[in-house]
Design a protein around this ligand. Structure first.
Ligand code: NDP
Ligand code: 8X3
Length: 248
């Protein structure tokens, strides 16, 4: 039985990924700050299938303590799913909150790089895989996307750089780049604005967390000789807009 570590498993894509992997015979270390949600996942799926490791990904000491205390059967990680992340705010850069930018960078960039760095030696030893959750925001700028898009562009390019550095090790790396997925993402981005959530997803038939989780599971279970470098997904209802022109 293979073991995955999924960051941000208390809701949305991460939680769905734990369910999808466990359904296909994986063990999962499920992480996130909201311990009660992780405990509920363990209760539902079984202590032999899921281990709850509750920590803030930005807190390296807490992370190291949690990972240092993994039960033996969960301690050899074959797959790292770097999913924990967030957007905060939709204001243009010139009126954005700098603290929100810092939180996004610390979570989506620094913490992701740090946990990857920590697990790389054992992933190499086990010829494991890394699946990083980036975003379409990495590939297409949009107004108000500023720092969030920048963090996700890091995730995509970091993934490709890892591919280059890990050449010959057998470790696979994939950047998953979803468009609109209905999760708690917009509630978090807007500080709990349920109307914003309804307005964005209402009538849009967005992707679901299960859609992305199933894609992650598919990538994880591909034959060992095959690497998906990047994988961009959107709901059919979402496509591209044009450039904007400011006239005098
Ligand atoms: P959710 O808000 O539903 O889930 C985010 C997860 O990240 C939660 O489990 C949360 O756990 C965790 N997380 C956030 N900050 C921290 C932290 N400091 N420490 C530990 N865990 C943290 O949103 P999604 O499922 O949509 O988001 C998952 C990923 O998908 C993110 O990286 C997001 O950027 C990306 N994404 C989302 C898209 C969308 O449209 N929804 C599209 C493209 C990419 P907790 O708060 O309990 O700590
Ligand atoms: C989330 C997708 O388009 O809201 O990463 O930035 S988007």
């Amino acid at each position: 039985m293979k073991t995955a570590l999924v960051t941000g498993a208390t809701s949305g894509i991460g939680e769905a990924t734990v369910r999808a992997l466990v359904a296909c015979g994986w063990r999962c270390v499920a992480t996130g700050r909201r311990k009660e949600r992780l405990d509920a996942l363990v209760d539902e799926l079984g202590t032999d299938k899921v281990h709850a490791a509750s920590f803030d990904v930005r807190d390296e000491a807490a992370r190291d303590t949690a990972l240092g205390n993994l039960p033996a059967e969960f301690s050899e990680i074959d797959l790292l799913v770097n999913n924990a992340g967030l957007a905060l705010g939709t204001s243009p850069a010139q009126s954005a909150d700098l603290d929100q930018w810092k939180t996004m960078i610390e979570t989506n960039v620094t913490a992701l790089a740090s946990i990857t760095h920590k697990l790389l030696p054992s992933l190499i030893e086990r010829k494991g895989s890394i699946i990083n959750v980036s975003s379409v925001a990495a590939n297409y700028p949009y107004s108000g996307g500023n720092a969030y898009g920048g963090t996700k562009a890091f995730v995509r390019q970091f993934s490709l750089g890892l591919r280059a550095d890990l050449h010959g090790t057998g470790v696979r790396v994939c950047s998953i780049e979803p468009g609109m997925v209905e999760t708690e993402f917009t509630l978090v981005r807007t500080g709990g604005n349920e109307q914003a959530h309804e307005t964005l997803y209402g009538g849009a038939d967005p992707m679901t967390a299960d859609d992305i989780a199933e894609t992650i599971r598919w990538v994880a279970e591909l034959p060992a000789h095959l690497n998906i470098n990047t994988l961009e997904l959107m709901p059919v209802s979402q496509s591209f807009g044009g450039f904007q022109i400011a006239r005098k």
